[in-house]
Design a binder for this molecule. Structure first.
Ligand code: ATP
Length: 361
């Protein structure tokens, strides 16, 4: 049963259409990330779910009951939602314990403190109950903000860029911890982020948006492996791009043909190749006929993998225009071939996508 549901929600700010017929639903215990570039409407969707933004069109349902539609717009405090924002929004004059207890003011006084201490313990902040927010680091404040939101046991948790104020190392740790407490809580969670890596780390399902509309939704692995358009394919990390023309249902690359995925012959296409789809092997000296080779421009160790920048000089037949192709390949582990070395390239076609080029008919 879906806990949170948005049905055909549209929303405008004057001339700007922030949301255009957005529908989504989230089950209990499910973590869904709203992902997309700046201005695509993520925050507006979250604010409408929370009741912080007045609904204009569509419906919001909680546990199957409308909380906002043409007739009603239930205020945020009457919806069973927990909110966490980027700036934590803790009350500076209250202690950590008082901040968490504040969210429990509808419960009997004697139960409040026990519940607040329990949830502070869950986020590892039990020892800081008497501290004031200004005495805490950003990561600790973020933990308290999560505890405060979770304390009343909301059916829905709404988080807006909750980790963007933290530095990189701490961010990874807090993401990990937050994922655990959210999963433990069983709440239906909607989290806004513009960071694809964060969405892939956190989400059971990702809803990728552009200009107020959903472009593609599904488990992150599905969006990564089977993007439905160029925007989705290139949103998750950098990607190699080649241009080509469809002939006989296939598009040529310097490493053999790939299936043109049903596009008509003559269509100008862009061929997108994930860096990890290129496999490299030493060729030993000169290029051999029938082998696909490339020259190393630079190789860099990125930690757990290496990035090899490659050049293919003047590839393609003359009627394709010929292109000087620069590619980058991501190789697991340490692989640092010297500059100018010739390498043999193999292409993993399952990580190669063909879409019509911009303006192609
Ligand atoms: P970001 O990641 O930058 O926060 P977002 O995807 O969350 O972006 P929204 O904040 O929902 O996007 O904004 C969607 C559109 O609506 C943008 O064009 C934005 O400028 C506009 N907008 C949002 N809030 C208001 C407002 N209160 N008044 C006017 N325009 C607004």
């Amino acid at each position: 049963m879906d806990v949170l549901k948005l049905e055909h929600v549209s929303h405008s700010f004057g001339e700007v259409q922030a949301l255009d017929d957005l529908s989504l639903s989230i089950a209990a215990g499910e973590l869904v990330c709203l992902l997309g570039p700046s201005g695509c409407g993520k925050t507006t969707a979250l604010r409408i779910a929370a009741g912080l933004e007045h609904l204009q069109h569509g419906r919001v349902l909680l546990d199957g009951r409308p909380v906002a539609d043409a007739k009603r717009d239930m205020p945020p405090e009457q919806r069973s939602v927990g909110l966490v924002f980027q700036d934590y929004a803790l009350f500076p004059h209250l202690t950590v314990l008082e901040n968490v207890t504040f969210g429990l003011r509808k419960q009997p006084a004697r139960k409040r403190e026990a519940r607040a201490r329990e949830v502070l313990d869950q986020v590892g902040m039990a020892d800081y109950a008497e501290a004031h927010p200004h005495m805490l680091s950003g990561g600790q404040q973020q933990r308290v903000a999560v505890a405060r939101a979770l304390a009343p046991r909301p059916r829905v948790m709404l988080l807006d860029e909750p980790f963007s104020g933290l530095d990189a190392a701490l961010r990874n740790q807090i993401r990990d911890e937050t994922l655990h407490v959210l999963k433990e809580s069983g709440a239906a969670t909607l989290m806004v982020t513009h960071d694809p890596e964060e969405a892939m780390f956190m989400a059971d399902r990702v809803i990728l948006m552009r200009a107020g509309r959903i472009v593609q939704a599904g488990p992150p692995a599905q969006l990564y492996a089977a993007p439905t358009d160029k925007f989705v394919a290139s949103f998750f990390g950098d990607i190699n791009r080649l241009r080509g023309i469809v002939r006989g249902g296939r598009a040529a690359t310097p490493f053999g043909d790939v299936d043109a995925q049903g596009l008509a012959d003559g269509t100008e296409v862009e061929i997108l190749i994930r860096p990890e789809a290129l496999r490299l092997q030493p060729l030993g000296g000169e290029a051999k006929p029938g082998h696909h080779s490339a020259r190393v421009m630079a190789a860099r160790l990125l930690g757990r993998s290496s990035m090899v920048h490659l050049s293919l000089d003047n590839w393609g037949s003359t009627d394709d225009g010929g292109q000087d192709v620069h590619l980058h390949a991501r190789i697991p582990g340490r692989f640092l071939p010297p500059e100018n070395e010739l390498l043999e390239i193999h292409l993993d076609r399952s990580q190669t996508f063909v879409f019509p080029a911009e303006g192609a008919r």
